[in-house]
Design a protein. Structure first.
Length: 203
């Protein structure tokens, strides 16, 4: 479905639920999901982990330090136990460092083959990702939306998306149930919510 058609349908779907929600969607205009498949899958996953719970600016700064610490070497080869302390000096927590090392190991073992994962369903892909130490549902949702371009993921674990939706409708309404009204384009609903609160999580 073209982005303009999605936009029109969203306004029509939102109107009976909340005038505020319909206005927020209308103001944002037709949106296009950003695609970050220009980055290798495992590298994007590591970058998402590094940027968790940080502002966009802070996340970029830390990732810049991580890249500099590799001194031009491939990042996945740089993420291993022997470099754990070095990675922590870049501003990464111990948990994020451990997770990024686990992601790199999974990639080397072939568990993150991009073409294979494209053939999986969204729940199957999320299960594969969350089996890696430190990779939670939020990270899996971000990867499915921004790297795989899945149009129908509602990341209810994302505080900005969930709370923005609740403010625009009613705290008494379940955000998951409301998001179901916008299937099969729930990723776009999240994008509208991030746009409204100006807090997109994609780093």
């Amino acid at each position: 479905m073209p982005h303009r058609a999605i936009h029109t349908r969203f306004i029509e779907t939102a109107a009976p639920l909340s005038a505020d929600l319909a206005r927020a969607i209308e103001r944002a205009g037709p949106l296009v999901l950003p695609n970050r498949a220009d980055l290798p899958l495992a590298e994007y996953l590591c970058r998402a982990i590094a940027g968790q719970q940080l502002s966009v600016k802070a996340a970029r700064t830390i990732w810049g330090r991580v890249e500099a610490s590799a001194e031009g070497r491939p990042l996945l080869g740089h993420f291993h136990e022997g470099n754990a302390e070095l990675l922590r000096t870049c501003g990464l927590s111990g948990a994020k460092t451990k997770s990024m090392i686990a992601i790199a190991a999974a990639a080397r073992d072939g568990a993150l083959d991009a073409e294979e994962m494209r053939g999986l369903t969204t729940p199957e892909r999320a299960a594969r990702l969350t089996a890696i130490w430190g990779v939670g549902q939020w990270t899996a949702d971000m990867l499915n939306i921004f790297w795989f371009g899945d149009p129908d993921v509602w990341p209810d674990g994302d505080v900005a998306a969930r709370k923005t939706l609740q403010r625009l409708i009613s705290p008494r309404r379940k955000s998951v149930r409301t998001a179901e009204r916008f299937a099969p384009h729930r990723s776009y609903l999240a994008l509208y919510m991030w746009t409204h609160c100006d807090a997109p999580p994609d780093q």
